[in-house]
Design a protein around this ligand. Structure first.
Ligand SMILES: *[C@@H]1O[C@H](CO)[C@@H](O)[C@H](O)[C@H]1NC(C)=O
Ligand SMILES: [Zn+2]
Ligand SMILES: [Zn+2]
Length: 347
């Protein structure tokens, strides 16, 4: 396979991953959705009706109904990266003299990460139920800004506790609702936000560590090959110094799978790092992403529309109150790791 084909495949894979992982944000309306709908409209005259209906069905099945597809995809990608690391990078690194201890760090992180992944998936995020609602209503007071008392969920037919939201994918109301995560096939709520955060951090650490080890290995390979000092004769018969592009091409051709994996892992690392930072910030200021988007989008609890700011706030919007509920960083974190239980509350 020549370099350009390989590179085109690589770019396509990275872009596909970007689109998929973008859904990670868990928002109902993403630029991806908008783009897809635009594409559907543009291509509608050229595609048969059954194909359109099929695509819409696939989309609905993937993003608006509970399904384990993304959980499996996630595990599959992970197996691919770990297998590649084990079968190619590990051996090279051993030859280079990297210690077994530092080479085993990714596996340890993998084990920890898998545990958090499992806990996050299996843990009930805090479903509002008829039996528990009396206690659940006590946990947070209504602020009369984003959450108003005596609003009930039309689907569950239960009063909505403050900070809860109805998840349309899971069809239930969830306490301290953050978002619905398709990669977990679960909502992120009061009881599993901590596992979600820990998962993000260990995942980042693992991706970063694999990227560092692999990058180190490739660097050694380049230095060993003496490619940096090499030169070649170009099509005009001139002697040219081998530049960085030449080195990249050489690496692509010599270790295609490793370079693919490195690109993917670096990409995942930056994406997840941004995501982890955003979620840590929210945790530190005692806010859920649901509330964050509500404050920013001024979505009214009563009419569920994007209303002008003065509709939501009375008398006027106050942007300095974004961390209105913060009781100090440590307390906020404490609430994530030891979510308040309804039983303990007795006032
Ligand atoms: C977090 O905010 C809620 C209101 O949304 C408040 O009731 C709660 O006491 C706050 N918790 C902490 C630890 O600040
Ligand atoms: Zn509901
Ligand atoms: Zn959900």
């Amino acid at each position: 396979m020549d370099f350009l084909t390989l590179f085109a495949i690589y770019v396509a894979v990275v872009l596909a991953c970007m689109v998929l992982i973008y859904k990670y944000s868990g928002q109902q309306q993403t630029p991806f959705n908008t783009l897809f709908n635009c594409l559907l409209k543009v291509f509608a005259p050229f595609t048969p009706k059954w194909l359109q209906r099929f695509l819409q069905w696939v989309l609905h099945r993937l993003f608006h109904q509970r399904s384990n597809i993304f959980v499996y995809l996630h595990i599959l990608l992970e197996i691919a990266v770990c297998a590649e690391f084990t079968y190619e990078v590990f051996g090279f690194c051993r030859e280079m003299g990297t210690t077994v201890t530092s080479l085993s760090v990714p596996y340890i992180l993998l084990a920890i990460k898998t545990l958090f992944f499992y806990l996050c998936i299996k843990r009930d995020p805090g479903t509002v139920t008829k039996k528990k609602i009396a206690g659940q209503l006590q946990i947070y007071p209504y602020d009369n800004r984003l959450f108003h008392p005596e609003v009930s969920c039309p689907t569950c037919q239960l009063i909505k506790p403050a900070r809860s939201k109805h998840c349309r994918v899971c069809n239930r109301c969830v306490l301290r609702f953050d978002h619905h995560c398709i990669w977990m096939n679960n909502c992120i709520g009061a009881q599993n936000t901590r596992y979600f955060l820990l998962y993000l951090f260990t995942m980042c650490a693992m991706a970063g560590d694999i990227a560092l080890l692999t990058g180190d290995m490739l660097l050694h390979a380049v230095l060993q090959s003496g490619l940096l000092r090499a030169s070649y004769i170009d099509e005009y018969g001139q002697q040219q110094q081998a530049g960085p592009l030449f080195v990249v091409q050489h690496l692509f051709l010599t270790f295609p799978r490793i370079v693919f994996m490195l690109g993917f892992v670096v990409f995942v690392f930056f994406l997840l790092a941004g995501y982890a930072l955003f979620h840590s910030y929210l945790a530190l200021i005692n806010m859920t992403s649901n509330e964050w988007y509500k404050v920013r989008g001024h979505v009214c609890q009563h009419c569920h529309t994007t209303a002008p700011a003065n509709h939501l706030y009375s008398p006027a919007p106050d942007h300095s109150k974004r961390s209105h509920y913060s009781r100090g960083l440590l307390r906020n974190l404490g609430e994530i790791f030891f979510p308040p239980q309804s039983k303990k509350k007795h006032n």
